[in-house]
Ligand binder design. Structure first.
Ligand SMILES: Nc1ncnc2c1ncn2[C@@H]1O[C@H](COP(=O)(O)OP(=O)(O)O)[C@@H](O)[C@H]1O
Ligand SMILES: [Mg+2]
Length: 390
């Protein structure tokens, strides 16, 4: 069917909605058409509502639809915004949603909805004039050929390196990857907390994932052929980290916190950290990440964030691979789960990650799945640019 014909079908069915329809994108019109074919009464959302694109109804049921036509897969940050909208009071009391993507969804999106047992949001892929619901099985992430090395490093203790290494490993494991977690810190905190490692069972029928905690001498790519993600919890003393690891990093995460006394001091520490890494590795993507973010202080955070970000402005002008992650997009929030992570050492329970749902949500699970997405998107950028240039 051609677009003009499609439009005829739609506008004939309701002349009054023509104006709304004219404003809709082609993707939205296609979605509208397909949803009506599925038996929904559907219309394009009023102009002033940006949170969704289509309103759906059936007797006794209503929902809103977000439609995305983009090159990259829809990532968890985008889905989170829609979930937030559905979770909070909104003008028409919408609580049910459908997210339609033409390019699919990242593994973090599926993992989050599955682990958090979200039932008020459905996903669909729109492809070749069809809506595919239950789309996870057709939306496989591309196989990783090369092992990705991620370092977590700051020349300072107590900023969350070990916490972040372990839970980022957890996020990749939830996304279906086996992960090697290398303990480069002489304190060997990972070994103490996780022992030899953890196994995350899969709830989607396939085998689960393994996080293996290893020392620098135990890790060998040949012995762990299926392990394509390696995360290193680094020693805060730069020179204590083996150079061969630093040189392998594809990404390096530099955690820091957003507090007044810390900012001047930490910015210096981070600048030194960045310079040290760059001496050994000129190609790694470096990410400054805010840890222990307090979300109920938006005004103070905003000021502090600007102050901290300014500190790296000069460095970023000469280093395109240095990224300051805007905490509004992605940060690790302060949470009790992370504060008390490792408590099993005291109460004798079995080692696990701090991904338990408390109340309605698990902050750490959302934050680390988003971080995994963030890093993966960074990896896709150069590839997409090469493809564009070709
Ligand atoms: N996002 C967070 N929310 C709450 N507590 C945190 C968070 N991140 C780290 N912590 C706490 O801070 C302490 C130090 O973190 P750790 O990962 O050991 O830092 P490092 O490895 O850099 O020394 C840990 O005991 C942990 O409980
Ligand atoms: Mg540590």
């Amino acid at each position: 069917m051609r677009w003009t014909e499609l439009l005829d079908v739609l506008t004939n069915s309701d002349r009054k909605r023509e104006v709304l329809l004219e404003r809709a994108t082609e993707t939205e019109r296609m979605a509208l058409f397909l949803l009506r074919r599925e038996g929904w009464s559907a219309q394009i959302s009023p102009k002033d509502l940006k949170e969704y694109d289509i309103e759906l109804s059936r007797p006794g049921m209503k929902a809103v639809v977000q439609v995305r036509n983009q090159r990259a897969k829809v990532h968890l940050g985008q889905v989170e915004k829609f979930l937030d909208f559905l979770a909070h009071p909104n003008p028409k009391n919408h609580t049910e949603g459908l997210f339609i993507s033409t390019s699919g969804f990242t593994p973090s999106v599926y993992a989050y909805l599955r682990e958090e047992k979200i039932t008020n949001l459905k996903l669909a892929i729109m492809r070749e004039h069809r809506l595919i619901f239950d789309c996870e099985s057709v939306d496989r992430a591309a196989e990783r050929e090369k092992t990705t090395y991620i370092g977590v490093f700051t020349c300072k203790g107590g900023v969350g390196k070990t916490t972040i290494s372990a839970h980022l490993a957890g996020a990749f494991a939830l996304n279906g990857y086996d992960v090697g977690l290398i303990d480069l810190d002489h304190q060997q905190n990972l070994r103490k907390i996780l022992g030899e490692g953890v196994y995350l069972p899969s709830t989607k029928g396939s085998l689960g994932s393994v996080i293996s905690v290893l020392t620098k001498d135990e890790w060998d790519e040949g012995d762990y052929q299926d392990t394509k993600i390696v995360i290193c919890d680094c020693n805060p003393e730069f020179d204590a980290n083996p150079k061969e690891y630093i040189r392998k990093f594809d990404y390096c995460i530099i955690p820091t916190t957003l507090n007044p006394l810390g900012i001047n001091k930490n910015a210096d520490v981070i600048k030194r950290t960045l310079a040290s890494i760059r001496r050994e590795n000129q190609t790694a993507e470096l990410f400054v990440l805010i840890n222990s973010l307090q979300t109920d202080e938006p005004n103070r955070n905003n000021l502090l964030n600007q102050a901290l970000q300014t500190q790296f402005k000069q460095m970023r002008e000469t280093d395109a691979r240095l990224h300051y992650i805007n905490p509004l997009e992605c940060a690790i929030r302060f949470s009790k789960q992370l504060l008390y992570w490792g408590f099993h050492l005291f109460d004798g329970s079995r080692p696990q990650l701090a991904f338990k749902t408390v109340g309605r949500y698990s902050y750490p699970r959302m934050d680390f799945l988003k971080l995994a997405d963030f890093l993966e998107m960074q990896a896709e950028l150069p590839r997409a640019q090469t493809a564009l240039a070709a």
